[in-house]
Each structure stands twice: as structure tokens, then as C-alpha cells.
Design a protein. Sequence first.
Length: 143
Amino acid sequence: MFNYALIQHEAQITVALQGDIDLDVTEVLQEEIAPQLVPPMQVEFDFTDVAFVDSSGIGLLITLIQGLKERGQKVLIRHVKPEVQYIFTLLQLPLILGEDVFDDQPQDSEERDSEEQTPFPDDNDHTADLTEIASEGDDTCDV
């Protein structure tokens, strides 16, 4: 099961992803998430709870991130699991998208503190009800 949460804080929107990013999910990314990533928002993709990305997911990420960057938006991919990072490196995503997209270092202590909290539980139940983390102004979706 794939879940996502859009968490806005000032001029940044975090797209917290949970589950596999594969062909079944590309429509959700294209039609539900992408239209909400409007300038001047900085966009952060949180991969804390993503264990697998297939070729269709990679292709969509490249298209989506390149489009955001062309509009002048800063994009970050953070908290990537080693097995997913291996695929990203093998396919040369840091070269294609830019090393700056994969900068996983917090900018300041406040950001570091907020990054330590993931909107998903740490257990193996990937069917978490995201409505618990939603606050006014946040969008959530279960697919």
C-alpha cells in the first residue's frame, strides 16, 4: 500500500512518501501530488519509508524534479534507504538531477529537530492511517 502526506511549513512543502514507488503509484504522483508543488515552494521528498522504486517511478521522479527545477524551485530528496540509494546511484540520478538534490544535511538545528520526526510509525505496519498526522492545511492520501 502506498501513502503520502503533504506537509507545508512556511515556504517549504514536504512530500512524505510511504511504500513502493512503482507503476501503480505514478498516476497518484502525477495527478495528485505534482499539481500542489507550486512556486515559490521549496519541495522536499522524504523517502524515509520508501523501500523500492521501479523504472516507472524513477522516470517520473526525473520528469517531476526536472520540471520543478526549471521553474526555479529548490528540490531535495532526503532520508533515502541504502537499497534505494544504491539504485539511484547505479542509474546516476545524482548526476542527472544534480548532487544538490541529494543533499541530506539539515540546514539548522530547528530543521534537524523537525526532520527527526517522521509522519509514519516505525513499525512494519505500512497501512498507517495518515489522518492522525494531518493538521489543518495538510493533505493526506491512502492509495
